[in-house]
Design a binder for this molecule. Structure first.
Ligand SMILES: [Ca+2]
Length: 409
């Protein structure tokens, strides 16, 4: 025993400094839980019993990204100037898309009755719900291993976005207080997104529903609750029942790609009158013609182009990325309709960095364009500003960065 204690002493003395710091930070964390978080939780109606069971045995998860040691300043986030600027090609890797579609087609049949009931109640097509479910958690098959209280507690205590995670950990405590699930059942991703639809706790409180009627909103174990919760979320963000998300299209050169964007919608009949057609050769459905649509060119003139309905931008409320929403739309179509990728290929864009795109964005801003923030990525504001600049300079508008283009800036 004596020898063991002696070994321990040697071990302790040889511990690297940061290990001792960690022990001290752990103590600060426990202190913060009791003296800072608990009083606010209590004010919000969380009981001591719930709070204790939520944080029983919870310590800091040191493996999470974006942690900031207490008392130190977060490192300034450096834009990844050296990173390669990527075209959407990889996002639509056909093997990945096809595997989500295959799972979705099976489940679309298996849950046909349930899906019809959800569609009737919320007005969101089942194919869209399945596509989001498949994308978020591979239909519940992906392991979501983290303890929500450990993730959210750690991030509320020491991360680059403490206020956001404080709000979320308090919401998680309210969920536990309501009793839908026990704290240990509340599994999340490393970013704190919970269950099969990957809801943050605040989204759960607002949008999760009990659809299988067992009295609990269970987005971890219930397919009915998962799908209906996604539907309820999209409905709350303005899903227009009876309308699709969008249509792959051909947009002739006389329709400038600089007209892209949800703030530049027109009745779809006006786009058609200007020469926009569906790639399928079919006409736009009659009920869509009088309604609003935006042109959407995720890779400018270097890939598939679309007429997007307002529902496309509702899907972006789930994840604010054009490519995410397109992935969901394409998978949804392939689950219910013909199972094929977009008809136009994505042309690879190679040899430019995000830093070069940022330089171009900064110059466009200097010339009075709105690029939506110079981040080295090509969102719709950047794309259409590029197009407007090209037109002003007598070039064919492509609305997307290219090697040749960035060299002009
Ligand atoms: Ca339920």
């Amino acid at each position: 025993m004596k020898r063991f204690a002696c070994l321990l002493a040697i071990l302790f003395m040889s511990m690297p400094a940061h290990a001792q710091d960690r022990a001290s930070v752990e103590r600060q964390f426990q202190n913060w839980l009791q003296n800072d978080l608990w009083p606010e939780a209590r004010q919000r109606g969380v009981s001591r019993t719930t709070f204790n069971s939520a944080f029983k045995g919870i310590s800091i998860n040191w493996k999470l990204p974006d942690l900031v040691m207490p008392g130190s300043k977060p490192k300034a986030s450096r834009p990844q100037a050296q990173a390669e600027f990527r075209s959407p090609t990889k996002y639509f890797n056909e093997r990945n898309v096809a595997s989500v579609v295959a799972g979705g087609r099976t489940l679309f049949n298996r849950h046909a009755q349930l899906i019809r009931r959800i569609e009737k109640k919320y007005g969101v097509p089942g194919r869209i719900l399945l596509a989001i479910w498949g994308r978020e958690s591979a239909y519940g098959r992906v392991s979501i291993p983290h303890d929500a209280f450990q993730v959210l507690g750690t991030k509320a205590f020491m991360s680059t976005r403490k206020p956001l995670f404080r709000k979320e950990v308090l919401a998680a405590l309210s969920i536990a207080e309501n009793g839908d699930v026990s704290p240990r059942q509340m599994k999340s991703s490393w970013a704190g997104a919970m269950g099969q639809p990957q809801f943050l706790p605040s989204s759960y409180l607002e949008h999760a529903v009990d659809f299988d009627g067992d009295g609990k909103r269970d987005i971890w174990g219930s397919t009915a609750d998962t799908l209906a919760s996604i539907a309820n979320y999209l409905k709350a963000y303005g899903w227009q029942a009876g309308r699709d998300w969008g249509y792959e299209a051909r947009i002739p050169d006389n329709v400038s790609c600089s007209l892209e964007g949800p703030d530049r919608m027109r009745p779809i009949s006006q786009w058609v009158a200007a020469g926009v057609k569906r790639v399928s050769g079919k006409p736009f459905p009659a009920h869509e013609l009088g309604q609003q649509g935006a042109i959407l060119l995720p890779a400018g003139r270097y890939g598939p182009v679309f007429v997007a309905t307002p529902n496309f931008y509702v899907i972006k409320k789930y994840n604010n990325s054009d490519l995410y929403a397109l992935f969901v739309g394409n998978v949804a179509d392939r689950i219910q309709y013909s199972n094929r990728p977009f008809q136009t290929d994505w042309q690879p864009v190679t040899g430019i960095t995000r830093g070069e795109v940022m330089r171009m964005q900064n110059e466009l801003v200097r010339q009075g364009h709105d690029v939506g923030g110079a981040d080295g990525l090509a969102g719709f504001k950047t794309r259409r500003s590029i197009g407007a600049w090209q037109e002003k300079n007598g070039l064919r508008a492509t609305c997307f960065p290219s090697n040749e283009l960035v060299n002009r800036f």
